[in-house]
Design a protein around this ligand. Sequence first.
Ligand SMILES: Nc1ncnc2c1ncn2[C@@H]1O[C@H](COP(=O)(O)OP(=O)(O)OP(=O)(O)O)[C@@H](O)[C@H]1O
Ligand SMILES: [Mg+2]
Length: 74
Amino acid sequence: MKFMIHAEDLTKSYRGTRVLDRFTLYVAPGTVCGLLGPNGAGKTTAVRILATLIQADSGSARIAGCDLATESDL
Ligand SMILES: Nc1ncnc2c1ncn2[C@@H]1O[C@H](COP(=O)(O)OP(=O)(O)OP(=O)(O)O)[C@@H](O)[C@H]1O
Ligand SMILES: [Mg+2]
């Protein structure tokens, strides 16, 4: 497993407004990663998707090798 977090092209919209637009992130095992950005940039939305609390509209992500779409408990 090359990346602990492997997220590609995640998108999310609320009421027709795209708040994540092809969010892509690769995080290597054993590293610490922080998300920085202005208020409303979509940081919490991205983390909530990666934590399986909400679903992305499109894109894909694997956490520790597990596909969020097919291997989470959502
Ligand atoms: N449940 C929701 N319903 C509608 N809009 C939402 C919802 N959650 C987030 N948004 C909107 O999506 C955009 C991104 O919000 P998000 O909370 O992900 O940003 P953030 O980068 O975490 O901001 P902050 O720095 O203020 O924590 C904002 O415009 C926000 O108003
Ligand atoms: Mg936030």
